[in-house]
Design a protein around this ligand. Structure first.
Ligand code: SMG
Ligand code: MG
Length: 370
């Protein structure tokens, strides 16, 4: 495939309700939508950066810069026989994984379309439906949290994750457990604690949680190993796993027993699959995280999560959990059994509605080969 055109769009979409975590409150999602054209085909990807360097050190501006000045010039106008050969050209770029993942996603969609297969099949996925869960932000009151969770259980979700933060942790979790004794429940701290909080974290052992996600430092592996030794509940690492090497270190040290995979965080589908395979070979389950993607990113997530070792439900929820109107059709839905269908059409398998994409575009830039 010869890459003839690449387009970047800074998009801004309003969430149906504010999403509060230990990192702050989000009311809008601002991402970069990447479009790659070649051989008469179009591929789409979503770069899950945020305007601020909070969840990740990358920002919308750094990703735009790295895409525009390095990654796009590396491949524009060139001919590639597979995604890997296009990635290899930019292999010298260190870090900036969200920027790389957005471009890899668009390229992979284009190559899957060229092969006439779904992205799921192209990536090695086997399932036609995947188990999904929902991530519930911090709420103004405990009563409101219980009400929101009840609504999601009515929608069919079988796994609930709640966000915790210092002072808004054990009592919240206990209240949720009292109200819903049997649900699959997990918590995500987004690095809000230190080893000084071990006592509170140990008390979570009595709440029958599936896992505790990223309790300690966003780039820590060692302290998590000390904490995991004190806990019966599995720790799941999110922020501190950037690549397969981190995953191997974390598993060897006993820092976690489960890993959350997000292609944006680890630099794309290829590295995600390496981590997936590494965990599978050690009998360690993984699940697919979420970054409040639009339907473009969500379609990619669903496809990746159809691989066999994504055995726990992901943070991949129905479109209506995020946006009143998405930029793709059809919308993603959750069944009463807590599963979501994996699109089977070519590539990401959903249609990008250009008029809606145009409406959420703040700024765009277009790069064409001579
Ligand atoms: O896409 O459903 C989603 C959001 C899932 O909680 C979610 N993501 O740390 O796992 C996480 C957060 C990261 C984004 S909040 C800053
Ligand atoms: Mg997380």
């Amino acid at each position: 495939m010869r890459i003839t055109r690449i387009e970047l769009r800074h998009t801004k979409m309003e969430l149906v309700s504010p999403f509060e975590t230990s990192l702050g409150v989000e009311r809008f999602e601002e991402h970069i939508i990447v479009r790659v054209d070649g051989d008469g085909l179009t591929g789409w990807g979503e770069c899950v950066v945020e305007p601020t360097p909070s969840y990740s050190y990358e920002t919308l501006q750094t990703a735009w810069h790295v895409l525009k000045d390095f990654l796009i010039p590396g491949i524009l106008g060139k001919e590639f026989d597979c995604v890997g050969s296009a990635l290899a050209v930019n292999g010298w770029v260190r870090g900036h994984r969200m920027a790389r993942a957005g471009l890899e996603a668009a390229l992979t969609d284009a190559f899957a379309r060229a092969a006439g297969v779904s992205l799921s099949a192209f990536l090695g996925g086997r399932r036609t439906r995947i188990p999904v869960g929902v991530s519930v932000g911090l709420q103004p009151t405990t009563a409101e949290l219980l009400r929101v969770i009840a609504g999601y259980l009515d929608d069919g979700y079988k796994r609930i994750k709640i966000k915790i933060a210092p002072g808004r942790d054990i009592t919240l979790v206990q209240a949720v457990r009292r109200e819903f004794p049997d649900i699959h429940l997990q918590v995500d701290a987004n690095s809000a604690y230190t080893l000084d909080d071990s006592e509170m974290l140990r008390s979570l052992d009595d709440c029958d949680l599936q896992l505790i996600e990223q309790p300690l430092g966003y780039d820590d592996i060692f302290d998590h190993s000390l904490l995991q030794r004190q806990l019966r509940t599995p720790i799941c690492l999110d922020e501190s796993i950037y690549n397969t090497s981190d995953a191997r270190a974390a598993l060897a040290l006993g820092s976690c027993r489960i890993i959350n995979i997000k292609p944006g965080r680890v630099g794309g589908y290829t590295e995600s699959i390496r981590i997936h395979d590494c965990c599978a070979s050690q009998g360690v389950p993984v699940w697919h995280g979420g970054m409040d993607e639009s339907g473009i990113g969500r379609a990619g997530n669903v496809a990746l999560a159809s691989l066999p070792n994504f055995s726990l439900p992901g943070d991949i929820s129905a479109t209506k959990r995020y946006y009143r109107e998405d930029i793709v059709e059809p919308a993603f839905e959750v069944d009463q059994d807590g599963t979501m269908a994996v699109p089977s059409g070519p590539g990401i398998g959903v249609e990008v509605i250009m008029e809606r994409l145009e409406r959420v575009t703040v700024h765009k830039d277009d790069f064409r080969s001579a």
